[in-house]
Design a protein around this ligand. Sequence first.
Ligand code: SF4
Length: 172
Amino acid sequence: MLSLILGLTILMISIVLFFISRRQRRLAGLPGGRVIYTDTRAWGALEKPLFDAQLGLTGKPDYLVEQEGRFIPVEVKTGRTPVAPWDSHIFQVAAYCLLVHKTYGERPSHGILHYPNRDFAVDYTPELESALLDLLDSIRRDERRRDVKRSHQDKQRCRLCGFHKVCDEKLT
Ligand code: SF4
């Protein structure tokens, strides 16, 4: 069981959150992201992933930037720049904010999503944190189930999924 929890990665979170994040966002009124300018020269890469044993959560933001004594996680996305951040990306940044808070003891005010043509600040609000913790609980519950059904009809998502080879529900 412990190894299963330890294996819970940000990638897994992204995949699962992709399925349910729209509903969660509706319920929680999550922030959509503010367009900001960022100076990439201030970004510093992490050597090791961040890890929280209590939550069984690990992940490695692409960069950390220090702002007013706090570390802000930065996630770099390639591909098409959306008008507003995808919900799954918002939760991914929220997970990094949580890990940064647990690791360094200072709560980040926000995380940054860096798309090719635009950057967004995602405010790390108590509501977003609470929605994230609910989702982590859902993931753990589903880990114990043997019959988790696919919740989408997106072949491309399955093609890119890390569980594609072993998933009985995949769309091929
Ligand atoms: S391969 Fe399976 S787990 Fe991955 S997205 Fe498709 S249905 Fe979901």
